[in-house]
Write a protein that binds this ligand. Structure first.
Ligand SMILES: [Zn+2]
Length: 470
């Protein structure tokens, strides 16, 4: 969902954007840039030997019990130092970007309030019309445009220059900017509609808006997730049915085994924007679609692709879309409740100075945004953890379905090209919305070790007694 980044620039749309979380969490984990060096390293000696024991080879099962900790370390050690340093630098830079993004959003809100620009935008909208709905619409469009322009320098650094600097982006500036404008257009239309409805709620229920407002936010999130694959994603990329039966058949076989009602797998031309490998499940109910991107097809072997797709199916089978929407609703409810208290306090204190009359006054929108982004910033570890735990469930489903522990380790290493492979526990808790590479490889190796010993048991049980005597 990196394409929809412009939406994320608007703090007020966070409720919707958080819904993107629902779909972007699905945009798995397996985003990883072209890393042929790492790829060849992983097929190198040490892990190769460790992974040499195929489950269907009883002799090896018995002769090489694996030590999951040592096997995990061997995979991690196979990544060259310079690659590791580069991906660590990229990912750690992302920690600071969370802070900078928050500070820029907060500064914009404070500027709009204290300079009374927000009040003047409201006055201008009031003069234009005496009806409330067009007034809110007019204010919203101007506000969203202003926020986009003011945060553009950080946006262009983070999503264009920095991505190129690390070799993750494939677009020229005009192509990138064109997509920014499309995203801005969507944000203006969607954001204005949401704000019109929210302000109608504010006017009718100035005291209990936070409960009704949560309902509005959840409904819009649902609609967004539902329509995204049909109306939004095609604006940025082309989806077409995967035509290679050698790849699509094994994937569809896993889908059939798990009663997933999909008849085809889609291929998306993500290489238009990025070198990252990724796959996704998007949509809801009737619009559910499983897609893998062309980078994944080009760079991964079938075992790796099966593992990735099994992870995506995990999101579907475990009903993660509905679960995350529910969590989102709870977060928004708590967030709106706190926002209401803080907003009223702010208006009592500075309302006159900022010329903000109350929650139903659009001029107060930057204050709502300031409070909500602050809460969201503080809740970063909590939100990441909720998503990460969900991703771990999909990982567990993926490994059990695909039964490809080495494929999982290899994919985790490819991810390591842009996500720090071996973080501290605290780092992982605060910043990771997916399990780290180390955690994923360890899961794969634990699975492999357990699976091997289970294989031994069943073998000895099923053995012919005569053979045992021998
Ligand atoms: Zn996932």
């Amino acid at each position: 969902m990196t394409n929809l980044v412009p939406l994320k620039k608007f703090p007020v749309l966070i409720a919707i954007v958080a819904a993107l979380m629902v779909s972007s969490m699905s945009v798995l984990s397996v985003e990883t840039p072209v890393q042929t060096a790492i790829q060849s390293a992983t097929s190198g000696d040490t892990p190769g030997r460790l992974s040499g024991a195929r489950n269907d080879s009883p002799a090896l099962q018995q002769s090489t019990p694996i030590d999951p900790a040592a096997a995990t370390q061997a995979w991690l050690d196979s990544v060259p130092q310079d690659k590791r340093e580069k991906s660590d630098a990229y990912f750690e830079g992302g920690y600071w970007l969370i802070l900078w993004n928050y500070l820029v959003a907060a500064a914009i809100s404070i500027l709009l309030l204290s300079s009374r620009i927000s009040a003047r935008l409201r006055d201008f909208s009031e003069r234009l019309t005496r009806y409330k709905t067009p007034e809110v619409a007019c204010y919203s469009v101007l506000y969203l445009l202003l926020v986009y322009v003011l945060s553009f320098p950080l946006n262009v650094y983070e999503h264009f220059f920095r991505e190129h600097q690390y070799g993750l982006a494939t677009q020229s500036f005009p192509a990138w900017f064109r997509e920014q404008l499309i995203g801005l257009g969507i944000a203006l239309i969607g954001g204005t509609i949401v704000l019109i409805v929210l302000y109608a709620v504010f006017r009718r229920a100035p005291k209990t808006w936070w409960t009704w407002g949560t309902g509005v936010a959840v409904v819009f999130s649902f609609v967004l997730v539902f329509i995204a694959p049909v109306f939004i994603e095609p604006l940025f990329n082309t989806y077409k049915p995967l035509k290679t039966p050698e790849i699509s058949e094994p994937i569809l076989a896993m889908a059939r085994a798990n009663e997933i009602p999909v008849k085809q797998v889609f291929e998306v031309d993500a290489s238009r924007q990025t070198t990252r490998v990724s796959a996704s499940v998007s949509g809801f109910l009737g619009t559910t679609r499983i897609a893998l991107n062309d980078n994944l097809l080009k760079q991964c072997t079938l075992p790796e692709i099966r593992l990735v797709m099994a992870h995506e199916m995990g999101h579907y089978v475990l009903n993660h879309g509905a679960k995350l929407l529910t969590y989102l609703g709870i977060f928004i409810l708590i967030g709106f409740a706190l926002t209401r208290i803080l907003f009223n306090t702010g208006v009592r204190r500075w309302g006159e100075k900022w010329d903000v009359r109350g929650v139903a006054d659009p001029a107060g929108l930057p204050l709502l945004a300031l409070i909500f982004t602050t809460l969201l910033f503080l809740a970063t570890p909590l939100l990441n953890t909720v998503v990460r735990v969900t991703e771990r469930e999909a990982d567990a489903f993926g490994i059990n379905t695909a039964r490809e522990p080495d494929g999982m380790a290899k994919v985790a290493l490819k991810l390591g090209a842009y996500r720090k492979l071996n973080p501290t526990a605290l780092e992982e808790f605060i910043f990771y919305d997916h399990p780290s590479g180390r955690a994923r490889i360890r899961m794969a190796m634990d699975w492999k070790a357990a699976n091997l010993s289970a294989g031994e048991t069943s073998k000895s049980e099923s053995q012919d007694p005569k053979e045992t005597e021998e």
